[in-house]
Unconditional design. Structure first.
Length: 138
């Protein structure tokens, strides 16, 4: 068998450069698109039931309180600041290890705060169904 010398032409190099550039640009766009989206929505679930969904912006700062427990006798709080969310500490009798508090700030759509002893989940959501419908399947 004869060995052929294959060389990249200027067109090949240009095509490779174009593909690499597009890949890098799309990666950067995906990282920044979420931050530019404007409003974010945070959902609080207790024992599998949604008890609240709150919208906020990057500049908004606020505290949200919610009740939980068998008779809603306990109060939990989340803090929203600079487009991020965190759970504030609860007493040791409610949350002995405080893992939900130690989770710290979440800001990406795939991040979640979970308090297992109290069955509380704080996560980002796509927003309320009443606000906008993007498709219907039959």
């Amino acid at each position: 068998m004869e060995r052929q010398n294959l060389k990249l032409t200027h067109g090949d190099k240009l095509l490779i450069l174009l593909l690499v550039t597009l890949s890098v640009l799309s990666f950067v766009y995906n990282l920044t698109a979420e931050a530019e989206a404007g409003r974010k929505f945070i959902r609080v679930e207790i024992d599998g039931e949604q008890v609240g969904e709150y919208s906020f912006t990057e500049r908004e700062e606020r505290m949200i309180s919610f009740r939980f427990g068998s008779n809603n006798e306990h109060i939990g709080q989340i803090e929203i600041k600079n487009g991020r969310v965190r759970m504030l500490p609860m007493g040791k009798e409610l949350c002995p290890q405080g893992i939900c508090t130690h989770t710290g700030w979440i800001e990406k759509s795939y991040e979640t705060i979970v308090c297992l002893p109290n069955r509380i989940i704080v996560s980002f959501s796509e927003g309320s169904a009443e606000e906008e419908v993007d498709g219907v399947a039959y």
